[in-house]
Design a protein around this ligand. Sequence first.
Ligand SMILES: [Zn+2]
Length: 269
Amino acid sequence: MRYIDPHIHMVSRITDDYARMADAGCVAITEPAFWAGFDRSAEGFADYFRQLTETEPRRAAMYGIQHHCWLCINAKEAEDTGLSREVIGLIPQYLDRPNVLGVGEIGLNKNSRNELAIFEEQLALAKRHDALVLIHTPHLEDKLKGTRLIVDALKNSGLAPHRVLIDHVEEHTVRIALDGGYWCAMTLYPETKCTPQRAVDILETHGVDRICMNSAGDWGPSDPLSVPLARREMRRRGHVDQLIQRVTFENPLAFLSQSPRFRVEPASV
Ligand SMILES: [Zn+2]
């Protein structure tokens, strides 16, 4: 059964992860630009954007996985507004590259004034370029307030809600995203964020319309195979293949296909 992982940081993963994901049915991924674990210079971002648009698609293709990406300055480094504006100035020259879907993962980290200003500037960038948007919502105690601030900024941006995906939703924020008309996704982490069990609970409570699941596999403790793990949990609870396929393949396909650059090879069987 094929699946799409709409949020995974492959620059932090080894090539064997691509092989294991392909074996588990992964046919396409999307990789948002994020914090590398240390703060970078604008030149560092230019190199990172080349890695996301040139190197990773080639590495993924060796395993039959279509690689796509999103470009931005992440919420953590957005605290430095000078650096952020330099990076935002770099982005347009990469937006037309063949695997770029839009602007992301933008959002808030600590809900600060600087983060919000840079978030709004990147929403304006997406609007100018008619780009899709992938949103990072803050963690733990900052999530609820941050998600509300994000939705307010989205409403003011003039972007169409169906072209925006709000990521890392949990039990207390999923309705805010869905009721606003946005797509959303649950990030499956072994311990922090959402476990596969909690994610399936959320699906059983809120339905499967406009909800996706992703692994967000990165340089921290995370599992690049957590989408297949959640599928196993759905199966264990008696959900039919059609529903599992809807959440892990058809939903991300529907959202991402709003970009003409999103590609998935047709099924061979
Ligand atoms: Zn991420």
